[in-house]
Write a protein that binds this ligand. Structure first.
Ligand code: SAM
Ligand code: SF4
Length: 411
């Protein structure tokens, strides 16, 4: 998953709060790699990716390795996430090249290494190669088990291909698999959604990531909506979300974020905590908790020691810059500490556990109870927030509208 962002203000240069400054010498523990290629674009998707050609992917792999070399000395990853786009589109040779390059990193502390896969692009050989290269988690883009809705979304795979891919992953030894599912798809009924949920939980994956359709500008689905080809039914979307929360809980998943559900069985690398069930995505928890990360590849964002940079969303330009020995940066900004803390508050409140006050202060240098007392009280009065002795958290209603609750914290 990309590091989702709120709108960002003008760059301001300010000193870091002491809690951050102290940790500034630590190497960065989180690495995201963006693979900007897909078989073809889905009708709803605004992530930076494009249909590929073999040569272009080879050139990208070469440039990516150069970018990795530039930051390797400042990385000691605990989590790695290859997202996209469609990382599983890379062929075996390209994956071998990438694994060879990552050997330069200190990998001994990697506890979670995820690769996003599209069901149309997986073979047993590829899955086995990923597993033997150190990948231990796969996020599979299923979206729906209804072939008509898959067509409606412009997906390149069928429901059968999703089942086959899941079997392939299990055969290759993956014991930690996430399924991406979408709801509130135009034409989808509550019954359709119930059917997909039932089939998803029956598959027995360790994790579910769910996405209500977002109508992104400049996508064909957005244009269809603008042209009046269908209506958005907000009540139906709410009913689907309620159904999701109930069904997931009944099937033994623990909700730990607005749209993320994990099985509670602990795996050896992860301390079992009440806040995060055993199969939670550690990489994403780092984003939500305001942690630092390097993002490599076209359009990727990096957030290191209070500075946020973004790479060019243009694969050719990205490759050219790296081939000429330059950083492929499109933008750089340094947020004021309070603005940064506000973003961190907003992201972290997407987690069911909310923000423990002490932890928030350690991460940001600010006291949530002082800076945002009035905002938290308003959310409590609206029934969307809950103030506990050690933390603030959103209620079920607040989580459903987490994006609007977030606005209270952005400065
Ligand atoms: C970047 S994709 C990576 C997975 C892979 N490319 C695939 O689609 O099979 C991650 C997920 O984002 C979700 N997504 C992308 N665009 C979306 C949109 N406009 N609305 C809702 N979900 C979206 C999809 O569920 C997708 O699986
Ligand atoms: S949803 Fe996934 S497969 Fe579809 S265009 Fe976006 S990144 Fe590519």
């Amino acid at each position: 998953m990309r590091a989702a962002g709120f709108s960002i203000g003008q760059p301001i240069r300010l000193r870091l709060p002491s809690a951050m400054a102290e940790s500034s010498a630590e190497p960065i523990a989180s690495l995201y790699v963006h693979v900007p290629f897909c078989v073809r674009k889905c009708l709803y998707c605004a992530f930076y990716s494009e249909p590929s050609s073999g040569e272009q992917i080879d050139r990208y792999v070469g440039a990516l390795i150069r970018e990795l070399e530039r930051v390797a000395a400042d990385l000691r990853p605990r989590t790695i996430f290859f997202g996209g786009g469609t990382p599983s589109l890379l062929n075996l040779r390209q994956w071998e090249q990438l694994f060879h390059a990552t050997e330069r990193l200190p990998l001994s502390e990697v506890t979670e290494w995820t690769v996003e896969c599209n069901p149309a692009t997986l073979s047993l050989d590829k899955a086995k190669l990923l597993r033997s290269g150190g990948v231990n988690r796969v996020s599979l883009g299923v979206q729906s088990f209804d072939d008509t809705l898959l067509d409606r979304l412009g997906r390149v795979h069928s429901r059968q291909m999703a089942f086959d891919s899941f079997d392939i992953l299990r055969q290759a030894g993956f014991g930690n698999v996430n399924l991406d599912l979408m709801f509130a798809i135009p034409g989808q009924t509550l019954e359709d959604w119930r059917g997909t949920l039932a089939e998803a939980v029956a598959m027995g994956s360790e994790h579910l990531s769910t996405y209500e359709v977002i109508y992104e500008e400049d996508t064909p689905l957005y244009e269809q909506l603008q042209a009046g080809k269908f209506d958005v039914d907000e009540d139906l979307a709410c009913a689907m979300y309620e159904e999701l929360v109930e069904r997931a809980a009944n099937a033994g998943f623990q909700q730990y974020e607005v749209a993320n559900f994990a099985r509670t069985d602990a795996i050896d690398y992860q301390p079992s905590t009440v806040e995060f069930p055993g199969r939670s995505c550690l990489h994403n928890i780092n984003y939500w908790r305001g942690g630092a990360f390097y993002g490599l590849g076209p359009s990727a964002t990096t957030y290191v020691r209070g500075v946020r940079t973004k790479n060019h969303s243009n694969t050719q330009l990205y490759c050219e810059q790296l081939e000429q020995g330059r950083r492929p940066l499109e933008s750089r900004e340094e947020l004021a500490p309070l603005a940064r803390a506000g973003e961190t508050a907003a992201f972290g409140l997407r987690m069911v556990a909310g923000w423990p006050f002490e932890q928030f202060q350690q991460v940001t240098g600010y006291d949530l109870r002082r800076e945002w007392a009035e905002d938290m009280n308003q959310l409590v009065e609206q029934g969307r927030g809950r103030l506990l002795p050690d933390r603030f958290q959103l209620t079920r209603e607040g989580l459903r509208f987490a994006d609007s609750a977030a606005q209270f914290f952005l400065r």
